[in-house]
Design a protein around this ligand. Structure first.
Ligand code: CMC
Length: 431
């Protein structure tokens, strides 16, 4: 971070205060206002963090205007084409792609940690069978800190590493267990001879009466979904993980907090909402009517899977997801899939409509990911769990980066108070 430039704040009375301007390796500069309150007695006001960089990070870079996404400098398109998910996990955690021996060692470690403590099964049994799998996942991932307390010293880099490995290795098992519990089927144990993603699909879809053999095209498609969702800089759930972790909370608790945040329909819940929306529209002939509803501010209806806080251009992940959608539907002989056709029609109309053009609203990753997951046999209620599984590596990499950062402090935003000024209490009989 270089700080050769300065920004000057000028007040109405002509007084000025200077602040350093920090430059990153790419992307916009930031004004370092850490001394603002001390120098001026004022805070900045930025609800929703529209203009606030909450930290410095070396992990992920997004250029929302150009539609660029880089993990550790590598374009998402190259990673999605040439790497598998565990290579991407290694990259996000360590900053470099693994060579062959490093990759083998990493895959071995992850593979050998996929089983969960047997008593975890009782936690699942405490939930209603019809509970939303995300409700179950938030609870059970939080409960992991009760099982793996030998690695909870956040000041010990080895403990942090062990917790990171445990989370990445066990999340697929936990997500599959949440699904099986919901389905009323027995849990399926992991198998070490399968790849990370093939193993996950087997834990989801095998039953004692019949094993599951993953179709390589479908395994690759899900692996790509994992890659595309692995990290996305300081989004709501990642900021939640960082903020939770800033108090020194253990990593399992922080990831549970991230999962809770991700569940919201404006964030990770959008792919579930997007698919539900397509089901509701039902037919290409209803697209015009639906778009009119979206444009009517009083309707409260949004085009789910469209728009993004950062991307004001086509989300690069959405392009890859549309491509994957084609591959999966072709592999399954579903090229005439009703919802895919409907999604294409909806996208075309929205991209030509002034409302969306003026607001720079483009499809995001969630617009097509639901269709792919549905084709893979994953029920809608599991979509955000899959997102949680994939994002765990990003959360844990960001958490590790924060703890190791010498500038790390507890996160403590301030506020503009506009409530009642100081007043004296009136006894009950006089109110
Ligand atoms: N449909 C209709 N109008 C929209 C949409 C949408 N999907 N998204 C934004 N707008 C309008 C919004 O009403 C506002 O209009 P106006 O200026 O007239 O008031 C304008 O576009 C700017 O929107 P905003 O709400 O200020 O944008 P934001 O940055 O606060 O919100 C968002 C970003 C992702 C929450 C929002 O676009 C949205 O709710 N999209 C639908 C949900 C969705 O697909 N979320 C997935 C995000 S990608 C995956 C992830 O990162 O989790």
């Amino acid at each position: 971070m270089s700080a050769n430039k300065k920004a000057t704040l000028t007040y109405a009375d002509g007084k000025t205060t200077e602040f350093p301007v920090l430059g990153g390796s790419i992307g916009p500069d930031v004004i370092d206002i850490r001394t603002l309150y001390g120098k001026t007695g004022m805070f900045t006001y930025d609800p929703g963090f529209l203009s606030t960089a909450s930290c410095s990070s070396k992990i992920t870079y997004i250029d929302g205007d150009e539609g660029v996404l880089l993990y550790r400098g590598y374009p998402i398109e190259q990673l999605a084409q040439h790497c598998d998910f565990l290579e991407v996990c290694y990259l996000l955690l360590n900053g470099e792609l693994p060579n062959a021996p490093q990759n083998k060692n990493f895959v071995d470690v992850i593979t050998r940690h996929t089983m969960v403590h047997d008593q975890m099964t009782r936690f699942f049994q405490g939930f209603r069978r019809d509970a939303h799998p995300m409700a179950v996942l938030v609870g059970t991932v939080g409960a992991m800190s009760a099982f793996y307390h030998d690695s909870l010293d956040i000041n010990n880099p080895e403990h942090r590493k062990v917790s990171a490995m445990r989370l990445i290795a066990k999340l697929p098992t936990m997500v599959a267990m949440a699904y099986k519990y919901n389905m009323g089927q027995p849990f399926v144990y992991p198998r070490n001879d399968l790849s990370y993603t093939a193993n996950f699909m087997r834990m989801m879809f095998a039953v004692p009466a019949e094993d599951y053999k993953g179709n390589p095209v479908l395994v690759r498609a899900l692996d790509r979904i994992f890659i595309l969702h692995a990290d996305h800089e300081q989004n709501a759930s990642t900021s939640t993980v960082r903020l939770s972790g800033s108090s020194g909370a253990n990593p399992f608790a922080c990831i549970a907090a991230g999962i809770a945040c991700l569940w919201g329909p404006a964030h990770g819940g959008a792919n579930e909402a997007a698919l539900n929306m397509l089901e509701q529209i039902g037919d290409a002939s209803k697209v015009g009517e639906f778009i009119a509803k979206v444009k009517d501010k009083n309707s409260g209806v949004k085009l789910m899977g469209f728009g993004h806080r950062v991307y004001k251009n086509y989300d690069p992940r959405a392009k890859l997801m549309r491509e994957t959608c084609h591959e999966v539907l072709n592999a399954l002989g579903l090229h005439n899939d009703r919802l895919f056709k409907l999604a294409i029609a909806l996208e075309k109309i929205a991209l030509e409509d002034d409302y969306f053009v003026q607001r720079k609203l483009y499809p995001n990753v969630d617009f097509y990911s639901g269709i792919v997951q549905r084709a893979l046999g994953i029920p809608t209620s599991m979509f955000t769990c899959i997102f949680s599984l994939a994002r765990t590596v990003g959360w844990i990499a960001q958490w590790q980066e924060m703890i190791a950062d010498p500038e790390y402090k507890i996160g403590r935003p301030r506020q503009l108070y506009d409530g009642a000024p100081r007043r004296d209490l009136v006894p009950m009989d006089k109110r």
